[in-house]
Design a protein around this ligand. Structure first.
Ligand code: FNR
Length: 346
């Protein structure tokens, strides 16, 4: 099957099969404050992704490009949404544009449509430092995402089977590209061991890309007869993953930014991600679903609603800014608590 066809199938399946799972946010509870001593109008949503200051703690995570006019159209709409709501947008993996010039316009449309916004380029960890730099240049990107997707490759018969040397390549990318590097998972999460490795090579931003949202195992398995169904429930739930990575980077105290993603659907998920230690949260599948099923205007409205709801939650916990929300007391319950207890993370 051609790469372009696979990309279009991913989009189709992401709207159906690929959106089930438990990211663990129901296990997180805020402690209500009856005297929050803050006004809704005082709430500031501004935050930092590395050194990039952004006005709201959400971004549209990597999805597409490289599938001809179809993915170009989706990227154009996603970029319009990002420009309107003033939130960062990540490109889908640009590796196909590195291999094939004719695929570039489907990515470049993001920067064309959103000339002044924050844009993230995207490559896989198989990229060389030169390829990564070319992807940053292609979008005049403000940061570069490097995705880790071992399970997604394993479930595809034509996928990669060689994963040695990725950390070494990422280290070269970090030292070569002129923008901050975000290392991200794609729905399987990262644990403290992975965070420690990324820390050791100076990765400044980690996007946990946890389990509980888009599920590439289910997407890939549903497309073929022979299926590795044991990977359908594989991964570290997003809430757990943020807590694991936060424990590791706080311990090493290197000022690493954590981004929460994987199954982010509501303002409550974003607030809980921040309270667990993230600076911002990424949404991929949910934004795609809104866009495909309800259209561009409604997706913009929904994102504005999410930001307004976030202000309400912050007011209820007495947090006037993102830093204060990160310190808001939370209660951990259920499987999330069991997981973190077993891993000795408090
Ligand atoms: C993705 N994702 C993704 N990630 C990446 O780094 N490069 C890519 O090219 C893609 N492609 C892609 C296509 C489609 C259709 C979807 C839905 C997702 C993964 C994405 O950025 C994110 O990490 C996961 O989808 C988990 O977040 P959600 O979807 O649960 O919010």
């Amino acid at each position: 099957m051609s790469r372009a066809k696979r990309k279009l199938e991913h989009i189709e399946h992401a709207l159906s099969t690929g959106q089930t799972g438990n990211a663990g946010f129901d296990d997180i509870r805020f402690v209500h404050r009856s005297l929050p001593d803050v006004n809704v109008s005082d709430i500031s949503l501004s935050t930092f992704i590395g050194e990039l200051e952004i006005s709201s703690p959400i971004f549209i995570n990597a999805m597409t490009g490289g599938g001809g006019k179809a993915t170009e159209g989706i990227n154009q709409q996603l970029a319009e949404i990002a420009a309107e709501v003033k939130i960062p947008i990540a490109s889908g993996s640009q590796m196909s544009a590195i291999k094939n010039e004719s695929e570039k316009p489907s990515y470049e449309i993001i920067r064309k449509t959103n000339p002044n916004g924050v844009v993230f380029a995207n490559v896989g960890s198989e990229a060389t430092a030169e390829q990564a730099e070319a992807c940053v240049d292609m979008l005049e990107a403000d940061a570069l995402q490097v995705h880790l997707n071992v399970i997604q490759e394993l479930v595809m018969p034509e996928g990669d089977r060689e994963f040695k040397g990725a950390l070494n390549r990422i280290e070269k990318i970090v030292s070569k590209v002129p923008v901050p590097v975000i290392v991200k998972e794609v729905g399987y999460g990262m644990g403290k061991e992975t965070a420690a490795k990324l820390n050791s090579i100076g990765v400044p931003i980690i996007d946990v890309g946890g389990f509980g949202g888009t599920n590439f195992s289910k997407i890939e398995n549903s497309r073929r007869e022979q299926s590795y169904s044991f990977f359908n429930e594989w991964g570290i739930p997003t809430a757990v993953s943020i807590a694991e990575v936060n424990a590791q980077v706080s311990h090493e105290n290197r000022g690493v930014t954590i981004l929460g993603s994987g199954g982010i659907k509501t303002a409550s998920h974003i607030a809980k991600s921040i309270a667990l230690g993230a600076n911002a949260a990424g949404m991929a599948g949910t934004v795609l679903k809104w866009l495909q099923l309800e259209g561009l205007e409604r997706t913009i409205d929904r994102l504005y609603d999410v930001l307004e709801e976030l202000r309400m939650i912050m007011t209820a916990v007495g947090a006037s800014n993102i830093g204060a929300l990160q310190k808001a007391p939370i209660i951990l319950l259920g499987e999330t608590k069991d997981w973190l207890d077993t891993r000795n993370i408090s």
